[in-house]
Design a protein around this ligand. Sequence first.
Ligand code: ATP
Ligand code: MG
Length: 547
Amino acid sequence: MKDNFITAIIDAQQATSRSVQTRFPPEPNGYLHIGHAKSICLNFGIAARYAGQCLLRFDDTNPETARAKYAQAIAEDLRWLGFASAAPSRYASDYFAHLHASAVQLIEAGLAYVDTLSGAQLREYRGSLTTPGKESPDRNRSVAENLELFRRMSAGEFAPGACVLRAKIDMNSPNLHLRDPVLYRIRTQPHYRVGTRWKVFPLYDFTQCLSDAVEGVTHSLCTLEFEDNRPLYEWFLEKLQIPDPRPQQIEFARLKLNGTVVSKRLLTQLVDGGHVRGWDDPRMPTLRGLRRRGCPAEAIREFCAKIGLTKKDTTIDIQLLENCMREELDRTAPRAMAVLEPLRVVIENYPDGQEDSLPAANHPADAGFGERQLPFSREVYIERTDFMEQPPARYRRLAPGREVRLRYAYLLQCTGVEHDVHGRVVLVRGRIDPDSRGGRAPDGRKVRGTLHWVSAQHALEAEVRLYQPLFTDSDPTALGEQWLQALTPDSLQSGRAWLEPGLTAAPPGQVYQFERLGYFCADPDGSPQRPVYNRTVTLRDSWRPPG
Ligand code: ATP
Ligand code: MG
């Protein structure tokens, strides 16, 4: 964890030798996304830097949305990201008895009351930033009455919405969060962990603050939109007489990425609306999507380290994440050969039926990756874009009369072309230099370029999926309700590729660099007979500054 404004705060406190404990508190109502990764890296990074602990706490207070499958998936994604072993799990629902007792304590202190205003009335009485709030007629009930009503609420005697428990703070506060916020509401739906035992459920602010206190969290890090909730957080700590050292809430800017959305609510709409194939669609900024696309966990951690931490909202360019992928994959992905748009080359001086097996390095810069054997035969496929019949002078690929290197194989000279009735090149004829086996010129002569290729007879046909950013607009949320209009029409393009035969057995998740084309990841949709590969990222940043 590099220095940032939060480490500066903690460093200043170290003089008083405060220990450090943090938490990552997801709601188990969806899957983790890259924004959560920022929070995870921060919370675990801070704990590690100060030899403290970070807990994974499921904020499972809403029985309508909390699900076991999400909690499981979150724990799994956290493990994948590389943090699980350091993260014992806690559940806010484990604290329900304690939270309930704390609510009773507030009632007894005359600091909370049961209110029978309807939802609409609650909103109306709350006022706005420009108009003061109005006190509810129920605000001055006696403590005894409130205790009895809360007991009956908790026993399931009232229907949802019939009443709520509110803190009694200040209906005229300029801070809307302090205008007698709701602490508890009635819910009849069974909770996935505690079943029907509870009929009342605590709300976010009350739960976060008290869960932090129970767990001994010292620094409660959350995103900027909770800045105005901080006085309420501190009000609970004070009124419930939580002993020092009390947890301290510190806010930081949430991650925004251009070309996508980073909010569970919006991501849910993309899935439910069928705009993507699921939560793990490689176009999604979810950890599952990124993983399926082939993004290594290390690249996400590096990205989070690079973007740093601020108190001001900024939008990060998605290219930065892609560059982190490239850097990581350049080191870790074995090389392979595949042709996306094949052009057949017939090698006239290589006998029909003859085969050769040529050694090829799996990584140009790391011998530890070893070698593999590539089959070679009379007909090979090269990339259609690697041939031009009338090339410009500086063209460095194949053209009539020109010589290039087939990587790891031979030097090849083009001796002729064949066209179809429309004049399109359908076949290239050529001759290899038999003394150039391995791609080395016997006399040291220079050739213009090196091409990737596959043996036509041995190549395996695969599906490749190429992805564009989900949104054409850098910030679709700026369009408000119209945000879906900014969806890229064909953000998934499915095509074919011809692969070197060794790639058939790749396990899903294995990433290769297809030489000169990009990084590609084997997808679970594939089979040995028909592999499917997702393009993780191109080799180079295709973006250029305008103008
Ligand atoms: P969303 O807005 O996507 O629904 P959330 O805040 O409701 O996110 P939680 O499961 O409550 O989702 O989030 C768990 C933690 O992750 C919180 O502490 C939250 O502040 C943090 N977090 C969520 N989104 C981001 C983001 N984009 N950048 C940084 N931290 C985030
Ligand atoms: Mg939330």
